[in-house]
Structures are given as structure tokens and as C-alpha cells.
Design a binder for this molecule. Structure first.
Ligand code: AHG
Ligand code: MN
Ligand code: MN
Length: 334
């Protein structure tokens, strides 16, 4: 049987499903190509002199890893001249990156977390790249794109996805017609579809949370986790398993494939604040999870309904199994 490559899939979406404008198709191909290059750099590790930290910090005060900066440059370089974008924004850059005047411009905005799970790079665990695509508002035609043009809710996303650099290099993508997984065939250099129409299994008893933050949680989150840790003898009446990779891409990918719930809730360290970023992490992952039949909230309401107020805004994240997300979100109001 003929293999479905990413290119073929995107052309079919454009022709038959009539949901994918040509410009967006080419933009996704460009992002996928950049992810291939990043995958290559990640896999070279110490041999490519890409491991370790830099002296610099990003806008959020986090120490930058060499690969954070390298992957950011790779995404900028690949996408700058394609003609599909008006501007880009990244977790690693203080403000937006407009397409320089020497290149043609397009109508889309691209947002990305170049390397997600940076703390795992140096110990050879899975990391990834997360991306989200918005349309530039019509109002910005004929003038320079501003940061405010990016502040659209997650519902406005026209595409989102991630690449995961693990035992296999995968690309998981949605353009609003379900979720599709592609595996990088390194010898041939193409992305080959390996999971068509991913739907996350419901009713699985597995949660992902950084338990070391327990003392910082809200009473609702503590109750939810304590009930699950109590297992068969507790109110859930069944045992739960726990996993925590500390790479959101890896944890979310596992949940898409085998179910469960992922949480990085707001906590008391920074009242009302959280760790994960709305525009580069929470929104794209919520888009994928909802498209796969799951749910995603900030502990109160749907993440994709949050109106962004800043490019680097952080948000509580509870996503995955619909019933579990509903339970913890209801407890969260306590
Ligand atoms: P990043 O490497 O882009 O800063 O993201 C790391 C995020 C996310 O991938 C993961 O779920 C979480 O941080 C892990 O945080 P802890 O180290 O606090 O567990
Ligand atoms: Mn991240
Ligand atoms: Mn990152």
C-alpha cells in the first residue's frame, strides 16, 4: 500500500476536504522541515556540541539551553522567507519577530516553543517543538503587525502541532479535522503517516503531575490527587498509575496514545499564576487534545476560551480524559 506522506496528506486536505488554504499547507511543510533539522541537531548531542546551558536567560528569567537558542534560530531561518507569514513569536524571544521587508509577507502568525522539556536535553530524554498558527487580523493589513495582533484566543488557531524527538521522531498535527501522526523516515527524509485520526482513549487511570509541588497546590487539586493515590481502597475504587516526564510534549503524546490526565495547575508559589505558557504550550496542546476527543481547562474553564492579555502569559493546565478533567475542574473551584 502506498505510504501517506505529510505532503500528500496536506494536498489531500487542500483538494478534497477543502479546508486547507495553499499558503497554510506550505507553512506547515516549512515548520515540519525545520523540525527535521532540529531533530538532526538534537540527535547529534555532545558530538554536535549542542548540549549544556548558555549564560543568557530568556524573557521569563529561565536559563537558556544551547538547543533552545539553536532551535529558535532554525525555526526563524526556515520560516522567514517562505512568504506565508506576517510575523512569528517564540517562548525564547522577548517580543515578536516581524518578517523583514526584503522577504514577501503572508497572512499567518506562527508561535512556537522551540524546545519543550529543555531540562531533559542533557540526559537524553524526549524533548520536542510545539507550534500554533493564527491568522493575522484583517485590521493589520497595510500596517506593521504588533504584539496585540497575536493576542487571540486558542479557538482562533487554524493549525497546531508538535514534533517529538524521542526514540522515534514524530510530528503530530491538526488543522481542525482530527489529529494525525507522522513518523520521520530518516533514510528517505520524509514524514510518513503512522496514525490516522488519533482519538485519545477515555476511562484510563493514569495521571501526570509533578508531585514535588504538592504543598503548593489548591485544596481542590490536592483532593483530586489524594483520592487517586488512595487507589482501590479510596473513593475512586480503583488503582491509578502515575507518570511524569517533565517534557509536556512527551506527557501529552502519551495521553493522546493511551489516555489519562496531565496537570500543571496554578499553585501558591506565584498566586494566580502558573508555569506553562498559554500561547506556546497550553493553546496548541488544548487544540490537539480537543480534536482527539479530550478536554482542556485552566482549572476553571476551557483553556481555548481564555482571552490572552500578554504574549508570554502563563496559565494552569489540566488536560486529557474528559471525565477526569471535569472532576478536577469541579474540585478546583473549592
Ligand atoms: P520548557 O522546557 O519549554 O521551559 O518547558 C518545560 C515545561 C513542560 O514541558 C513540562 O511539563 C514542565 O515544564 C516541567 O516542569 P517541572 O520541571 O517543574 O516538572
Ligand atoms: Mn515548553
Ligand atoms: Mn521551551
Amino acid at each position: 500500500m502506498a505510504r501517506t506522506t505529510l505532503t500528500r496528506f496536506l494536498i489531500e486536505q487542500q483538494r478534497h476536504a477543502n479546508v486547507l488554504p495553499g499558503e497554510l499547507r506550505l507553512l506547515i511543510e516549512t515548520v515540519a522541515r525545520a523540525c527535521k533539522t532540529i531533530s538532526h541537531a538534537v540527535s547529534k548531542g555532545a558530538l554536535g556540541e549542542v548540549l549544556g546551558s548558555l549564560d543568557s536567560e530568556n524573557v521569563q528569567g529561565e536559563v537558556q539551553k544551547k538547543l533552545d537558542v539553536i532551535a529558535n534560530e532554525m525555526l526563524l531561518d526556515a520560516n522567514e522567507w517562505g512568504g506565508h507569514l506576517a510575523a512569528m513569536a517564540s517562548e525564547e524571544m522577548e517580543t515578536i519577530h516581524r518578517i523583514p521587508n526584503r522577504y514577501p509577507k503572508g497572512e499567518y502568525l506562527l508561535l512556537f516553543d522551540p524546545i519543550d522539556g529543555s531540562s531533559n536535553i542533557d540526559v537524553d530524554l524526549s524533548v520536542g517543538t510545539i507550534f500554533s498558527v493564527l491568522r493575522a487580523p484583517e485590521a493589520c493589513a497595510g500596517r506593521e503587525v504588533t504584539e496585540d495582533d497575536f493576542l487571540q484566543s486558542g479557538r482562533a488557531q487554524v493549525a497546531a502541532g508538535y514534533a517529538i524527538y524521542g526514540p522515534q521522531t514524530l510530528l503530530v498535527l491538526s488543522v481542525g479535522t482530527g489529529v494525525f501522526e507522522f513518523t520521520l523516515d530518516r533514510e528517505v527524509g520524509s514524514w510518513v503517516m503512522t496514525d490516522a485520526d488519533m482519538k485519545m482513549p477515555q476511562g484510563k487511570c493514569e495521571f501526570a503531575i509533578n508531585m514535588s509541588n504538592r504543598r503548593q497546590w489548591s485544596p481542590g487539586v490536592t483532593r483530586y490527587i489524594d483520592e487517586r493515590v488512595a487507589g482501590g481502597a479510596g473513593p475512586c475504587g480503583q488503582d491509578y498509575n502515575m507518570r511524569w516526564t517533565a517534557s509536556m510534549v512527551a506527557d501529552v503524546h502519551r495521553i493522546l496514545k493511551r489516555g489519562g490526565i496531565f496537570m500543571y495547575p496554578c499553585d501558591h508559589r506565584t498566586p494566580g499564576k502558573a508555569k506553562l505558557r498559554l500561547m506556546y504550550e497550553a493553546n496548541p496542546m488544548s487544540f490537539l487534545i480537543e480534536q482527539a476527543g479530550g478536554a482542556a481547562t485552566d482549572g476553571f474553564g476551557a483553556i481555548m476560551d481564555v482571552t490572552p492579555t500578554g504574549l508570554h502569559q502563563r496559565v494552569g493546565v489540566v488536560l486529557g480524559d474528559r471525565a477526569e478533567v471535569e472532576t478536577v475542574t469541579a474540585y478546583g473551584q473549592e
